[in-house]
Design a protein around this ligand. Structure first.
Ligand code: PXP
Length: 250
């Protein structure tokens, strides 16, 4: 059981709001500083090919000014690999990217993308960057990630988060529980994220083999009402409660 479940704050949507008006407010760097103040464990930022939210300069500033580990999400492309190698973030999470999607809609098909992914994973690893693969909670994808020697996987929790309460949601949670156990059994560090909110985080946080959750959209939305620091602190409390001794875990 990993007692401390790390919380990475995805600040993409601070940049979404900033970019809506073309200026520099609200500033993702300021959001990252608030995440530090709220005792978050890391900052996550997705540099998309179309730069719809985070931009290159944001990555420069996050690397230069924020001491927390930076988890840079990116597509597995030569352009992004060059940027990652230049900045050397603590971690890179490889995600699938489709231009027309509203958000990252599914996990990477690691099994099918083996030849394309292998050189990118190895180049990033050789540069000292911890590589994580964003995948659906599917044992085939976990085995493929292991075969490619990626040290970390992040399980896509979107299907769980979007499922109707009841049997569908229970089935998605069971897939996450099984996938996290399988990841641990084959020696992968396992993270999870996407669509997590106050009302659905506890069952995921209680999965004992998870090491980290990455949460963005809900916290940025909640920050409008209570402030970012308070929103992060409340999420932290819910995660800690889910891991407290005596709480039933899966
Ligand atoms: N993890 C990954 C790999 C993601 O792509 C995202 C969304 O950008 C998240 C976590 C966070 O998801 P959300 O913004 O829904 O909390």
């Amino acid at each position: 059981m990993t007692r401390h479940l790390r919380l990475g704050i995805n600040i993409d949507h601070i940049a979404t709001v900033r970019n809506a008006r073309g200026g520099d407010h609200p500033d993702p760097l300021r959001a990252a500083r608030l995440a530090v103040a709220a005792h978050a464990d890391g900052i996550t930022a997705h540099l998309r090919e179309d730069r719809r939210h985070i931009r290159d300069r944001d990555i420069d500033l996050l690397r230069a000014e924020i001491a927390l580990p930076l988890n840079m999400e990116m597509a597995a492309t030569p352009e992004m690999m060059a940027i990652a190698l230049r900045h050397r973030p603590h971690a890179v999470c490889l995600v699938p990217e489709r231009r027309a999607e509203v958000t990252t809609e599914g996990g990477l098909d690691v099994a099918a993308g083996r030849d394309h992914l292998a050189p990118i994973i190895h180049a990033l690893t050789d540069a000292g960057i911890r590589v994580s693969l964003f995948i659906d909670p599917d044992p085939r994808q976990l085995d493929a990630a292991r075969a490619l020697r990626a040290p970390v996987v992040e399980l896509h929790t979107g299907a769980y988060a979007n499922a109707a309460p009841g049997p569908d949601c229970d089935a998605e949670l069971a897939r996450l529980v099984a996938a996290a156990a399988h990841a641990e059994a084959i020696g992968l560090e396992c993270h999870a994220g996407h669509g997590l909110r106050y009302d659905n985080v506890a069952p995921v946080a209680a999965i004992s083999s998870l090491h980290e959750l990455n949460i963005g959209h809900f916290l940025i939305g909640e920050a409008i009402f209570v402030g970012l620091e308070a929103a992060i602190r409340h999420m932290r409390i819910l995660m800690d409660q889910a891991r407290a001794p005596g709480v039933s875990r899966r």
